[in-house]
Design a protein around this ligand. Sequence first.
Ligand code: ADP
Ligand code: ZN
Length: 281
Amino acid sequence: MLYGALEAGGTDETGKIYEQISIPTIEPEITMPKIIEYFKDKEIKALGIACFGPVDLNPASETYGYITTTPKLKWANFDIVGTMKSALHVPVGFDTDVNGSLLGEVTFGQAKGLTDALYLTIGTGIGGGVMTNGRLLHGMLHPELGHMKMIVHPKDTYKGHCPFHGTCFEGLAAGPAIEDRWGKKAIELKDDAFVWELEAYYIAQALHTLILTLSPEIIILGGGVMHQTQLFPLIRRMTLENLNGYLKTKELSDIDHYIVPASLHDDQGILGCVKLAIDAE
Ligand code: ADP
Ligand code: ZN
């Protein structure tokens, strides 16, 4: 029997992906029937969903399983878990997209065996998944690491891209902020050293705070912007400079294996959904 994973696909508990398709996230009335149609005859025994948010992860809440106040307005207040449950009649596991990616890395990837880990995606937005003491962190909602406050670089005059906070982490360092600041596609800025120095400055500043608050055993960086792999050595160096020798751990002394790219060829999200499905069964 298969497990269903939405970011959509079908797999078994070993993490072998049997089939994978992509359905565009347009609006519920268009997208959901296609997803249901896909899964209907697959005879899955459980489904795992890792979803963009904010989402309601509190099982005691009346709106558990809903996408809540998302800026993707057509999806706001949409009951994604309820819709899939009533269509497929199987148990459904549910978490944020970034917790899903982290769970994929912890279950099947380079963070296997660790109990405290951080996954950050730097793409259209910035989001973070957190595992602490072997559990995905939810708390009152779920972490929203992309919106932490930043000290703006003295040479950066950009006003910031976040409609809520202007110059928060996402407002300064997500793909759209880079593109708005420099007036070019991020990929076209590849050879401009200052662009990536500034980008690394913000990421390393966030990591400084996250290392001190969450004490992760590994930090995995994913998302479109991290395709600029020249960022990794810059981020590692600046993070150590920020910490300024305050923490002495074996992880930090091997920084190349502490701050790392995602390891599952962009399948970390879907593989995390498999684990959500297994745990929901
Ligand atoms: P999403 O966050 O929507 O899931 P991605 O993680 O692919 O999607 O992020 C898309 C963003 O990443 C785009 O806004 C673009 O600015 C940036 N991006 C995509 N590819 C690259 C690249 N090769 N180099 C730098 N930035 C990139
Ligand atoms: Zn913000």
